[in-house]
Structure formats: structure tokens, C-alpha cells
Design a protein around this ligand. Sequence first.
Ligand code: SF4
Ligand code: SF4
Length: 212
Amino acid sequence: MPPIPGSGLAKGLAVTLRTMTRKSHTAQYPDAQPELPPRTRGVIGLFEENCTVCMLCARECPDWCIYIDSHKETVPAATPGGRERSRNVLDRFAIDFALCMYCGICIEVCPFDALFWSPEFEYAETDIHELTHERDKLREWMWTVPEPPALDPGAEEPKELAAARKAADKLAAAQAAEAAQAAQAAETTGAAGAPTQAADGQPGPGAQGGTE
Ligand code: SF4
Ligand code: SF4
């Protein structure tokens, strides 16, 4: 059936009228900050202490916009006769946000929880080079990362927490045993050094400082 002439116009006007009567949701940014969802992908923060320079993030980044430089250092053996070890030391960690497509792969693949999403998004620059954020800047973003949501009440305790609790319990038990041992030793020494009483009520051979 051929369309009725003017029906398209009527439809369009109906949509316009409907929209005109709806409440506007314009956000007055930048006067009012938007309320962003907690998992917003704004910028990436680096928690340097967790980074082992494994290079996984740089290798997996589809845009090749993560730049990492490092060198090796030799760590002396922890015990006599032990083996020396070598470890990677981070020299440079930078992300070029002019290239980044915010896919989150680097954060997903990092095995050591060194990368996090921050909802901060106000870092536009007039010079594109300024969009390469070096490690200091990436660390600053770290402090804007929101806390993770609380666990479900019925959830299993995370294994890191369980391990930390076990280690703390073990340490506390060792300290308590040490304190008990020290108290026992002090008691024994005190008993040996204490004045002994002879059967006749006079200070015995263990007594000290008596008058002649
Ligand atoms: S979010 Fe994606 S594109 Fe951006 S640095 Fe990470 S892996 Fe690369
Ligand atoms: S994947 Fe994680 S630990 Fe490995 S280099 Fe990247 S940030 Fe560092």
C-alpha cells in the first residue's frame, strides 16, 4: 500500500511534540560534576609497588601505547651459600592516552594488580604530547581510584585475606610463646636469686646484704 502523503511529516511532528513535553536532562557540566558509575573508564592509575615489570600489559595492549623501560639488578643471596637473584627495576612506565582506546586489556591482564581504572576524565590537553602520562602522573591517578565495592555478606573470604590472617595468627602465637618463655625464665632466675629462709627463721645461704 502506498504511504499516505504527509504521514511522514505528521509522524515527525508527533515525535517533536512528545520530546518537547518531556523533562530535560541537560547536565550543567562543568558547573555541576556528572555522577559517574563506579566502573567508569576515565584514566589508568599505576600502583608502582605492585609492578614487577613483567611487560604483559605492554605486550597485550592492542594500540602499543604502553612504554616500559627497565634494567636488571642483582640481589645478594639471602642466606650464606645461597644463590644470587636478579630482579627487574622499573625505569619508565608511560601510557599515551592519545592512542589508548580504553579497552581495559592492560588492567585485565596485569597479574599483580598494578593497574586500575580511575573515573577521572578531565585531562584534555592542547598539546598532544602532554597526553603521554609518565609514571609520576600515573601514580597520582592512583589516588583517585574508588574503593572496591564491599563483598556480598555470604561471599567466601578472599584467599589473600585468609593467607594474611593465617600469617598474623602464626606471628601472634609465636610472640605469645616467646613472651611466656621469657616470663618463665625470669621467674626461674628470680627464684634462684631470692633470699632463702633457714629453718630457724634466719636468712639462709642465698640471702644477700645482711649486716655482720
Ligand atoms: S586500555 Fe587498552 S589501549 Fe589503553 S593502554 Fe590499556 S590495553 Fe592499551
Ligand atoms: S602487567 Fe602489571 S606487573 Fe606487568 S608490567 Fe604491566 S603493570 Fe607491571
